[in-house]
Design a protein around this ligand. Structure first.
Ligand SMILES: C[C@@]1(CC(=O)O)C2=NC(=C\c3[nH]c(c(CCC(=O)O)c3CC(=O)O)Cc3[nH]c(c(CC(=O)O)c3CCC(=O)O)/C=C3\N/C(=C\2)[C@@H](CCC(=O)O)[C@]3(C)CC(=O)O)/[C@H]1CCC(=O)O
Ligand SMILES: NC(=O)c1ccc[n+]([C@@H]2O[C@H](COP(=O)([O-])OP(=O)(O)OC[C@H]3O[C@@H](n4cnc5c(N)ncnc54)[C@H](O)[C@@H]3O)[C@@H](O)[C@H]2O)c1
Length: 224
């Protein structure tokens, strides 16, 4: 079945995982990495790592059976118990209430599924295999980690963000902005792929952000 990639902003929104085993733990790690700061879990047992995360105040654990009212006011729900019929029931209730729902056991149609993801600064590289091949998604994720990990692409994204903010302020022509951003993206991607200087070292060649800043100073001087 076709899926649509959308990035969720979870800060300030209540997220719920039902279950406390190894799958719930992986989903919790993913939600925390994805910005969830109001994460609750309901389960009859919790892994040591989930208990540690609760001690650190990153999430809340409720050691009890799931009940329907757990869905009240929740933005997103993951059903990760080892009881497929319970997961399916949670799914039906969640869908009826229009909540975002993911069933880790695949027993109910989910409104969202999780991808295997690599995070490098503001960059997110995600692999999803349509629900057919999660193990392949995991293998491709480790390949992406090898290829894009290590900080250089994060640095490239950071510099692009800086340049883009500067251009949005100082360059009124959208076509010129686009051309400069494309050119700089190509240059930084080549730099990141070459891997021949530390990410915090100077970049070879013209630095676009510095050039835009210099132009702006020149323009300000001319207008005074
Ligand atoms: C990508 C990843 C993200 C994450 O969960 O964080 C993810 N599964 C991962 C690993 C993984 N999952 C499973 C194995 C064992 C090998 C195997 O069975 O293939 C492995 C590999 C391993 O453990 O090595 C078993 C499994 N998974 C699902 C079912 C139920 C079913 O298919 O019906 C069963 C059978 C359970 C059983 O046998 O009872 C269902 C789903 N798993 C998904 C995502 C969604 C589809 C994603 C896609 O197709 O791309 C979907 C549909 C729903 C969802 O969970 O969102 C994460 C890799 C993270 C990483 O390493 O980066
Ligand atoms: N999506 C995936 O990537 C993936 C991978 C492997 C397995 N699975 C599926 O996920 C399910 C869970 O796997 P696991 O390894 O975490 O299992 P697990 O046995 O380690 O954990 C199951 C959890 O469900 C909780 N639970 C059971 N009944 C409950 C209830 N009524 N109310 C609240 N909590 C309840 C238990 O307390 C436990 O914490 C498996 O059955 C399998 O179908 C999914």
């Amino acid at each position: 079945m076709a899926v649509y990639p959308a990035m969720l902003r979870l800060a300030g929104r209540r997220c719920l995982i039902v279950g406390g085993g190894t799958v719930a733990e992986r989903k919790a790690d993913g939600l925390l990495a994805g910005g969830a700061d109001r994460l609750e879990l309901v389960g009859l047992s919790f892994t040591p790592r989930l208990q540690e995360l609760a001690r650190q105040g990153r999430l809340e654990l409720r050691l009890r059976e799931y009940r329907g009212s757990d869905l009240d006011g929740v933005f997103l729900i993951v059903a990760a118990t080892d009881d497929a019929s319970l997961n399916a029931r949670i799914g039906q209730e969640a869908e009826r209430q229009g909540r975002l729902f993911n069933d880790a056991s695949g027993s109910a149609p989910s409104s969202f599924e999780t991808a295997a993801a690599v995070r490098e600064g503001s960059l997110l590289l995600a692999v999803h295999a349509g629900g057919e091949a999660p193990a392949l998604a995991a293998v491709l994720r480790s390949e992406l980690e090898l290829r894009y990990g290590g900080g250089r692409y994060a640095e490239a994204a950071r510099r692009m963000g800086e340049l883009r903010r500067m251009l949005l302020e100082q360059e009124p022509d959208a076509a010129v902005r686009r051309e400069r951003l494309r050119r700089e993206a190509r240059r930084l991607a080549d730099w990141a792929a070459a891997g021949d200087s530390p990410p915090d070292g100077p970049l070879a060649g013209e630095d676009e952000a510095a050039a835009v800043e210099a132009e702006a100073i020149k323009r300000r001087q001319q207008s005074t």
